[in-house]
Design a protein around this ligand. Structure first.
Ligand code: GLA
Ligand code: ZN
Length: 667
């Protein structure tokens, strides 16, 4: 695998000179402004296909060469994009098969972006053609440091070519129709398939009730996307084996299994658009951190923050401006959690079309005398000072299992609640761990767990082959595991485990679950702990029978008041906890604080005020205040990277303020 080698923390953004080819003055001004803003890395050519191949087979690359030359002369590096995220009109017109077909069987018209069939041999031919040509011409250009593949891969196609490929994938997976029918429980409602040709993708106007089918389709969509990605990447790997490859991923995206996709990439990259300025800034900051931790954990490597906005987006319901200080803080947060670049969508605002009011480093005013530009300059300066963090990885002793395929299964699940709140549940457990200042890896259930001391795996409804064994070994070897309600219900085809939930985790957790009650949105039950502390809980309540597990807390209400709700099972050298419901935040805060203390996991900062995040990379401690008010807190001693002076002890952090301390020793 090729490595991303940047001699600096990357700073820059999506750059679309193709929109300004008739304005050489603007292109020249861009260079001056990039240097002024402290930018050193641009992503060039995303969505530029119409300019790169204006007519079939006629490549016009000269403009791109001039752009790359000028950037290089000025010390600015480039992620060169493949243009496949949108295609020229001539292509759709002449070869309609390149366009996507919806689940109702209708083919889309030309339009939008990402509107292509990833099976179409014609589209594959065009993509590998232009990618090869780009690699031949620019693969060894001194400005180019990596490939930016397409853009935000996602979506699905239901055309006949894709249906055929789906059937082939099903044959490969199940071998016989008999095995498939069994795995999908198709006897229910007379859905038995008697010929492979009867199989089709799930559809709102067709079959949507076979959960095994839906899961198989979602897996297929990821496999197809990867298959297409391989076509994209093949000429690049061949001609430029030393250039690393990435594609930009999305926040909490569930359309693809990123765990699989990441295996195809040399480094991960992501687009981050937190809703800053909303009603709960701690939660917003938490979601952002979760995504960064996820991106870093996918490859256990630093990632690129490929896009963020320097001011506002144009697609949230309410597009808030970033308050003074927020841009620097938000950029710092990404680096603190493992980003080796801070990049923007976009360098310069387009004059027209869909994104003309999306934030950019250079506004329509066209000069540097704007608040946003000064904010970007400030980030450029800060990144130079924290360059020592580049390449470093936090040493996480804690992993949180967030599993995209489990999310798919839960979103199909009918009962006991319409919305089972998987994502909220995962984030609530994450919040408790972040409030303790811990480095947290976000892993799925296929990952090895041996390096961790504490693993939280809330609501692991679907257990795929090997997962229960890995969790069991982790605990047997001395680990601490936390599971929560609605765990261990189905296998990877969505067939329920027989013989008592949580199925293959029953011995490890030392209990079985007989029933699960659902609560109305405003309804609460309560948890009373053995020491008398009481907490509220919501959403659902498993009614459990401890077998070898010990009861730590019980329900306070309803006909199951007094029954076990929180348990621990000592299992060989470790402990497995079960929280049978969805507890309020205070419960999780207290619960994890105790577990972390018992496991002897070091915390970089003893007490974090609410809304303050801490993260360590290499020998740098980042402390970030997302509150609108000043906070005071105790910090360890270190050298403040801004002042060069010894700092620490009792410290005040202004609203949206931060400290970066170089600690004496690496943690
Ligand atoms: C995404 C896309 C960009 C742009 C931004 C706007 O991340 O990748 O092309 O549309 O959103 O926020
Ligand atoms: Zn298709």
């Amino acid at each position: 695998m090729a490595e991303l080698k940047l001699p600096f923390i990357g700073h820059g953004g999506d750059y679309n000179p193709d929109q300004w080819l008739d304005r050489p003055d603007i292109l020249e001004e861009d260079i001056r402004l990039m240097k002024l803003a402290g930018c050193n890395l641009m992503s060039v050519g995303i969505f530029a296909w119409a300019a790169l191949e204006p007519r079939e087979g006629e490549y016009d690359f000269d403009w791109l060469e001039r752009v790359l030359d000028r950037l290089h002369e000025n010390g600015i590096s480039v992620f060169l994009a493949t243009p496949s995220g949108a295609r020229p009109a001539w292509m759709s017109q002449k070869y309609p098969e390149v366009l996507r077909v919806r689940e109702d069987g209708q083919r889309n018209f030309h339009g939008g972006r990402h509107n292509h069939c990833y099976t179409s041999p014609v589209y594959r031919r065009f993509v590998s053609g232009i990618n090869r040509a780009l690699a031949e011409r620019f693969g060894h250009h001194p400005a180019v440091v990596g490939w930016h593949i397409s853009n935000e891969l996602g979506g699905e196609c239901h055309c006949e070519l894709c249906q055929q490929a789906f059937r082939e994938a099903l044959k490969a997976r199940y071998g016989t129709l008999e095995a498939l029918n069994k795995a999908w429980w198709t006897g229910f409602w007379s859905k038995t398939y008697t010929d492979w040709s009867q199989l089709r993708s799930p559809s709102r106007v067709g079959e949507s009730c076979i959960h095994g089918l839906t899961l198989a389709w979602r897996r297929f969509v990821t496999e197809r996307t990867i298959d297409f990605l391989r076509v994209e990447v093949a000429p690049l790997r061949k001609l430029t084996p030393d250039l690393p490859v990435t594609t930009n991923m999305m926040e909490m995206f569930e359309g693809l299994d990123y765990e699989q996709l990441a295996k195809e990439l040399d480094f991960t990259s992501m687009d981050s658009y937190p809703r800053w300025g909303g009603p709960d800034e701690e939660w917003t900051a938490l979601c952002a951190a979760f995504n960064y931790d996820w991106m870093r954990s996918l490859k256990q490597k630093p990632f690129a923050l490929m896009e963020s906005t320097p001011s506002q987006v144009n697609w949230h319901d309410v597009c808030k401006l970033k308050k003074p200080g927020m841009h620097v803080l938000a950029s710092l947060q990404a680096v603190a959690h493992g980003a080796d670049t801070v990049q923007y969508f976009q360098w310069r605002k387009s004059r027209g079309a869909a994104e003309k009011f999306h934030g950019a480093v250079v506004d329509h005013a066209g000069h540097e005398h704007t608040r946003t530009f000064r904010d970007v300059q400030a980030v450029g300066e800060l990144l130079r000072r924290i360059d020592g963090a580049r390449g470093a990885m936090p040493q996480a002793r804690v992993a949180l299992v967030y599993d995209t395929q489990n999310r798919w299964a839960l979103s199909d699940c009918q009962g006991p609640l319409r919305d089972l709140k998987y994502l909220d549940t995962v984030l609530e457990h994450y919040r408790a761990l972040k409030r303790l200042g811990l480095a947290v890896d976000i892993v799925d259930q296929t990952r090895a767990l041996s390096g961790y001391q504490l693993v939280a795996a809330p609501m692991l409804y679907m257990l795929r082959p090997g997962a229960a064994e890995r969790l069991t070994r982790f605990v047997a070897e001395g680990g601490t595991l936390v599971c929560s309600c609605f765990t261990g219900r189905v296998d990877e085809d969505d067939l329920c485990f027989l013989g008592g939930f949580p199925g293959p985790l029953r011995a490890l957790l030392g209990l079985w679950v007989e029933e699960t009650d659902a609560l109305y949105p405003d309804e609460r039950n309560g948890i009373r702990m053995a020491d008398g502390r009481r907490y509220a809980c919501s959403t659902m309540c498993d009614l459990i029978h401890p077998e070898t597990a010990e009861t730590l807390g019980s329900y306070t209400d309803d006909f199951y008041a007094g029954e076990s709700c929180v348990t621990v099972n000592s299992f060989e050298a470790g402990k497995a906890y079960y929280i049978a419901t969805r507890p309020e935040a205070d419960f999780l805060d207290d619960f994890y604080a105790r577990l972390v203390h018992n496991a002897g996991i070091a915390r970089p900062v003893a007490q974090l005020p609410r809304g303050v995040q801490a993260a360590v990379r290499g020998d740098m401690l980042f402390v970030m205040n997302f509150n609108g008010e000043e906070v005071r807190m105790e910090l360890p001693e270190g050298t403040d990277i801004l002042t060069g002076l010894t700092a620490g002890g009792r410290t005040g952090l202004p609203p949206l303020g931060y400290r970066v301390l170089r600690l004496g020793e690496k943690r």
